[in-house]
Design a binder for this molecule. Structure first.
Ligand SMILES: [Zn+2]
Length: 191
């Protein structure tokens, strides 16, 4: 088993083989982990939150849910989950998002740059699976980002269904409820 500590507002790259399990732990509670992956065999195949919504016919993830690639192939299965609230709809935070909402994008750490750096790629937009992020969706379609329900030590466990390279970021937003107003660390264990 290998442990990876993701410091606040940073990211890691992790190579994972098919059938390995990936445990993502919210060490202090209330912290989002942006979870993205690219196929080890084909850089044109990557995690797609949109396809995951499409195939699962759900905006939510839970035990038994499968996370799909842009090519509609299964990439991960959720095998354990303490939290039950994860976000599939928000793109990774980025310089322009910080500028738009908070006028502070310059020099602000952000998940888009962090994941691109971890994976040594340059995607213009990434929509990760935002583990532990609690986006409340009302029947009217109105959404609001609330504090994560995750408590210290809460985790989600995923089984890899193909060889992948992960780019995982501890989200950098301290300006809203997204990470409970402060950025903390995330732990990932692969076994
Ligand atoms: Zn972020």
């Amino acid at each position: 088993m290998i442990e990876y500590l993701i410091n606040p507002c940073s990211s890691v790259r992790i190579d994972v083989k098919k059938e390995q399990t990936i445990t993502v732990i919210d060490l202090e509670g209330g912290q989002v982990a942006d979870f993205f992956a690219v196929s080890a065999e084909n850089s044109g195949e990557f995690l797609s939150a949109g396809v995951t919504i499409d195939v699962n016919e759900s905006l939510r993830l839970g035990v038994g849910s499968v996370i799909y690639t842009n090519l509609y192939r299964p990439m991960f299965e959720v095998v354990y989950d303490d939290v039950g609230e994860h976000d599939l709809i928000h793109p990774c935070c980025r310089t322009e998002m910080y500028d738009f909402f908070y006028k502070n994008g310059v020099g602000h750490p952000n998940c888009l740059d962090n994941i691109n750096e971890a994976l040594n790629i340059r995607r213009d937009e990434i929509t990760a699976v935002n583990l532990f992020m609690y986006t409340k969706i009302s029947p009217s379609g109105k959404i609001s980002v609330e504090e994560p329900k995750s408590k210290a030590g809460d985790k989600i466990v995923l089984r890899a269904l193909m060889d992948v390279t992960l780019g995982v970021a501890a989200c950098s937003v301290s300006e809203s409820k997204c990470n409970s107003g402060r950025c903390t660390a995330i732990m990932v264990k692969v076994e």
